[in-house]
Write a protein that binds this ligand. Structure first.
Ligand SMILES: CC(C)(COP(=O)(O)OP(=O)(O)OC[C@H]1O[C@@H](n2cnc3c(N)ncnc32)[C@H](O)[C@@H]1OP(=O)(O)O)[C@@H](O)C(=O)NCCC(=O)NCCS
Length: 172
């Protein structure tokens, strides 16, 4: 669906909407992916790591919280959530399976999720830990800018925002 600009290995992704039936797989994926974040911040209580299965199930049935996934064959290898809150699309839980990271999937999925957000969304917000060097680089590259920081354990969360880029009107 998306071939992102500037990536040496542009990838196409076709995200699918995940359903309650995907809860177990989704929980496994986010726990595996966020382990590196937990190590970086010396915090193994990160919400994606401690989220109970019931909460994952609830997210998957929440009508204002589409949860997108990418599969390789039948295997779930990447995911992202976008909560629609007024005109803001709150991006969360961007995660790529550890063995598939660094191949452009995270970039492509984030761009696809932005495209798929309903028209009411005019800006996107997300946050990450201050020691998340790679995600921060990815977000900066895609146009996210820091708005503020908030304290979390012995580090800070960095909150970022970007305006929605509308496709230019067709030239006649
Ligand atoms: C962050 C994450 C979603 C990025 O997905 P990805 O598919 O690995 O990222 P991409 O391949 O699209 O790379 C995006 C950029 O970030 C860098 N990058 C980010 N994570 C990387 C990783 N684990 N390995 C290598 N490069 C990575 C790449 O250098 C790349 O930059 P480039 O386009 O200039 O080459 C993924 O690494 C992940 O799931 N990490 C653990 C969970 C996490 O940190 N989530 C976000 C925190 S809010």
């Amino acid at each position: 669906m998306v071939g992102q600009l500037g990536h040496p290995r542009p990838v196409s992704v076709r995200p699918e909407l995940l359903t309650e039936a995907d809860a177990g797989e989704l929980l496994t994926l986010q726990r595996a992916a966020y382990l590196s974040e937990a190590r970086a911040h010396d915090n193994f209580e990160l919400p994606p790591l401690v989220e109970p299965l019931e909460s994952v199930r609830a997210a998957l049935t929440d009508p204002v919280l589409p949860v997108w996934g990418i599969r390789a064959g039948s295997r779930l290898i990447a995911t992202v959530r976008v909560r629609v809150n007024g005109d803001v699309g709150e991006i969360g839980r961007l995660a790529v399976a550890p063995d598939r990271q660094g191949a452009g999937l995270g970039t492509a999925l984030l761009l696809a999720a932005e495209e798929l957000a309903p028209p009411v969304v005019t800006r996107f917000r997300l946050f990450t830990g201050e020691r998340s060097a790679e995600p921060l680089r990815l977000y900066a590259k895609l146009g996210y800018r820091e708005t503020h920081r908030s304290p979390e354990a012995d580090y800070e969360l960095i909150h970022l925002e970007k305006p929605r880029e509308r496709a230019p009107a067709a030239i006649r």
